[in-house]
Every structure is written in C-alpha cells, then in structure tokens.
Design a binder for this molecule. Structure first.
Ligand code: 5AD
Ligand code: SF4
Length: 485
C-alpha cells in the first residue's frame, strides 16, 4: 500500500468487532505509528483541536483530545502542529466561511511540515456540498469525518496514516451510542455531559436535524455512571447537554423524563451545581419547573430560546408555541424559581418578518427581561424549508432591526443583571483573570461573571463572595468574611 507519511505499517490481525474494544485496539496501533514518527522527528508529535460552534462541539472536541493524548500526541496552543483538527459548525453561513478561510493558512503550515495531518469533522462535514468542495479544492486535507462516527476517530487516524489520499467517512445517521471512550476535560472542576444526541424538531430555518440526525437519548445508567466518575475526579459542576434536553428519554426502552433524570443526578455526592442546555419551550414540563424549584443543585439559570416574539413567525418557524405561551412559561418559571436568570436566542430577519412581527419580539424581550440574549441575523441554510421561502427580508432592514434589538437587549441586561448587588453569593472560581493581575474570575449560580481578588489555589472551589458593585453584565466583589458580609 502507498502511504503519504513514512511509517512501518502494522499487519492487522483479529480486529475486535465490538465497541469500544475495537477503538482501543486502533489506539494501540495509532500509538505505535505516532512513536515511529516522533522518533524520526526527534521530539513528540503535537496536535491542536480548533472548535467552532456550540457546547456539544466543545464536548466532542474533548473526546478528540482524549484520544490524541492517549496515542501519544502532545497538545500545543498554535495551529503550527503535526495534527490539526477543525471541529466545525454549520448552523450559520459565516461559520462555514471561517473554516474555508483558515484552511488556507493550514496549507501554508503543511508546506513547511509534510508530515502534518489535517482533519475536519463536525456538522459542516455532514453537508454533501461541503465535502464535494473539499475534494475539489482542498486536496491537502487528510481526514474528513462527520458527527455520527466521531467515536471511530482512532480507527480513522490509522486509516489516514496508512493511506496516500484523503480519508473520508461520513454517515447519514446512526442509532449507535458508543460509551467508555477516553475524554480529556478542558476544566478540572466542571464538565459537559451528553445526555442525548440529535434533534427531531425541524424548526424550518435550522440545519441541525439534518447534520446531527434523529434524537437518541443515552441510557440513564451510563449518564449517572459518567457523572459519578467525574465527581470522584473532583468535578463539582456539570452541564447536561442536548439539542432539546426537555425531550430526553422519550425513545429509551424504559422511558424516563428529563425531570426524573435531574432528580437522579441531584443525588450524586460531590456534584454541587447542575446546568443544562438547551431547553425547547414547547417541551418544558410543569414537572421540570417543580424539580427546579425544589432542587438544591440546579443552577438558577434557564436558557430558553425564543427565536421570535411573533406568533405568526413562530408558526412558520415550526416552533410549536405562541408568544403568549412563551410569556406564560417564562412567568411561571420566574415565580417558581425566584431570582432565576432567563437567557435566550433570537433570530432577526426570518423570511416574511414584518416590522410588526419584529415589534412583537422587542415586546417579549422587554417583558421577560432577559439577562442576556444571543441575537442572530437569519442565515439561509440550503436544504431547510425556510431557504425556499420567497419573501426573504432585505439586508438593510435586517441590519437596522438587529442593531435595535441588540441595544434593547444590552440596556435590559445592564438593568437586570445587577439584581444581587450588595449580597453575598456563592461563586465557583474558574480562572485567573487575564487582564488584571491578582483578580480571579468565577460564576454565580445564575451564570453571571464575578471578578474578585484571590489566587489560583481557589480554582474549582465554591467560595462566598460579597458582590460590591454591578458593572452591567458582571460584578466586582471580594471574598466575604465576618466583617464585610
Ligand atoms: N440563522 C440564524 N440563526 C440560526 N440559529 C439556528 N439556525 C439559524 C439560522 N439558519 C440560531 C438559533 C438557535 C441557535 C443555536 O442558532 O437561534 O437557537
Ligand atoms: Fe434546530 Fe430547532 Fe432542533 Fe434547536 S430545536 S436544534 S433550533 S431544529
């Protein structure tokens, strides 16, 4: 077999058929290849994983890092590395453009380092047009895989190392969930935990159901086992991840609700904070509100994407709730969980959005009083129903609405975010502040950032902090003691 990098190929016998054993087998082979290459280079091989997009991708990247470290690569903080992977996002067009732009830079690195491997994975790779374009114009890419077979990363690395051309492996969908593969957490004290994959909602603007496949829930035993292990390893905060966590468990052999799962997670010793993302308003149950209200560990933060405040647009978006239902839900949650911080996602300029529709969105923003809102300009995603809709809104109008919305969101945020000022609150210390020496940065239960004097030994601990001053969307404070409480 011809190969593009210079390694002694191992003759493979008795490849295990079951997972994850098969992947561990390939990790051993990859490790041998990495050792051979490192010996030739005279120093360890380096890697860099660049993540685009959401928390799900961030968690997937930790799985990639887990495997790369296990086979002997060493992480480096630049893309001038022996193996560079882009874990891509395709939710909006500009995410795709960024990847193409940066690939040009990688090509230059590769010219200097012919042993370099370039891998692309994630949502963008699930689109046929993207892979066609890469095959046509980006021949220097070594490995392309998608969202459904990320668990096969070790096997794919071996294939890519042994092959002289681009290795491409994209699956349309899967019902498989492979457990117990290595993962390397970015933070020692907090971690994402996948509870489900995929999405069945088909909101008319959204490409996610096409690139992440149908909804699949992990078995509760596996989730609990993973969180117990994380807790034993010093993790105090977990973020349960799924595109629509509120529909967790519907397709399990023994169905269970998201609220029931939360109650099980609550029982795990060592876990102090539980977050989750993302909730779909149509599936947020009364049972969940009750569990949130009585929980000691679920954080006082709810990310509840609104997308639009116009019932007419929501219908065309296929969101399956009205403006009134959203407002009612937000009101009930605020009442049941005092002090909760609502945050949201909003799309501006969905096809057919009129000034009146947009004013409905502004109205909801004012009435709910979001702590923060991610605002997005509608991006046409080929293959989604909205892309074929005729009345796309002119760019200038969208821009004007977007700027107005952003200003409103920021003004409200400055007003509501300071609600806990001059109180003592528990803060999870996350990192040393990059900009101000001597300051630490942490988060409140409601996700608001707090800066306060301290040192690196506090990282990962929950400490009481007096919130002295509100700066709009963050606080300045100091560790609370008897005198200044
Ligand atoms: N255009 C703009 N924003 C989008 N989102 C999803 N699809 C699109 C699109 N086509 C936004 C939604 C979603 C967030 C993750 O991305 O607001 O909640
Ligand atoms: Fe996309 Fe809607 Fe699924 Fe969220 S719920 S991932 S917006 S289709």
């Amino acid at each position: 077999m011809k190969k593009k990098i210079d390694i002694e190929i191992i003759d493979k016998k008795q490849i295990p058929q079951s997972e994850p054993e098969r992947q561990y087998y390939f990790m051993d082979i990859a490790k041998n290849y990495v050792e051979q290459l490192a010996a030739k280079k005279g120093s360890p091989l380096t890697f860099h994983v660049t993540t685009f997009g959401c928390q799900m991708n961030a968690r997937d990247s930790e799985k990639l890092v887990g495997i790369l470290e296990r086979i002997g690569y060493v992480e480096t903080d630049t893309e001038d590395a022996d193996f560079v992977i882009y874990n891509t996002c395709t939710v909006r067009e500009n995410a795709n453009n960024k990847v193409y732009g940066r690939l040009g830079i990688l090509q230059n690195y590769k010219k200097k380092n012919p042993h370099m491997l370039i891998g692309l994975c994630g949502c963008m790779m699930q689109e046929t047009v993207v892979v066609e374009k890469l095959k046509e114009s980006y021949r220097f890419v070594d490995l392309i895989f998608g969202t459904h077979n990320i668990y096969k990363f070790a096997e794919l690395i071996v294939t890519a190392m042994e092959s002289d051309s681009m290795t491409i492996d994209i699956w349309k969908d899967t019902d498989q969930i492979v457990e117990d593969l290595p993962v390397e957490r970015k933070y020692s004290f907090k971690s994402g935990v996948n509870i489900m994959f995929g999405c069945n909602n088909f909101c008319s603007y959204c490409i996610v159901p096409y690139v992440r496949g149908r909804e699949r829930s992990r078995r509760p035993e596996e989730i609990i086992k993973e969180i117990q292990k994380l807790a034993a390893d010093g993790v105090v905060e977990i973020m349960l991840l799924g595109q629509n966590v509120n529909s967790y468990g519907k397709n399990l052999d023994n169905p269970m609700t998201f609220a029931q799962l939360l109650e099980e997670v609550e029982k795990i010793d060592g876990i102090e904070r539980i977050r989750f993302m993302t909730s779909h308003p149509k599936d947020l149950s009364d049972e969940l509100i009750e569990v949130m209200a009585r929980s000691e560990k679920i954080c006082r933060h709810l990310h509840l994407p609104l997308q639009s405040g116009s019932s007419r647009i929501l219908k065309v978006m296929n969101r399956r709730y009205t403006k009134e239902q959203y407002l009612d839900l937000a009101e009930r949650i605020k009442k049941a969980v005092p002090g909760i911080s609502p945050t949201t996602d909003i799309i501006v300029g969905f096809p057919g959005e009129t000034d009146e529709d947009f004013e409905e969105t502004m109205d909801v923003v004012r009435r709910v009083g979001f702590d923060s809102a991610f605002t997005f300009i509608y991006s046409k995603r080929t293959g989604t129903p909205a892309a074929a809709m005729e009345d796309q809104v002119p760019e200038a109008i969208v821009k004007e609405r977007f700027d107005r919305l952003l200003k409103e969101v920021q003004d409200i945020s400055a007003e509501v975010c300071g609600r806990d000022v001059r109180t003592v609150q528990e803060v999870l210390v996350e990192e040393v502040n990059d900009h101000a020496p001597g300051l630490m940065t942490g988060r409140l239960s409601n996700n608001t950032v707090v800066h306060f004097p301290g040192d690196a030994s506090m990282i990962g601990r929950l400490v009481p902090v007096y919130l002295q001053e509100s700066k709009g969307f963050y606080y300045m404070g100091h560790i609370a003691d008897k005198e200044n409480e």
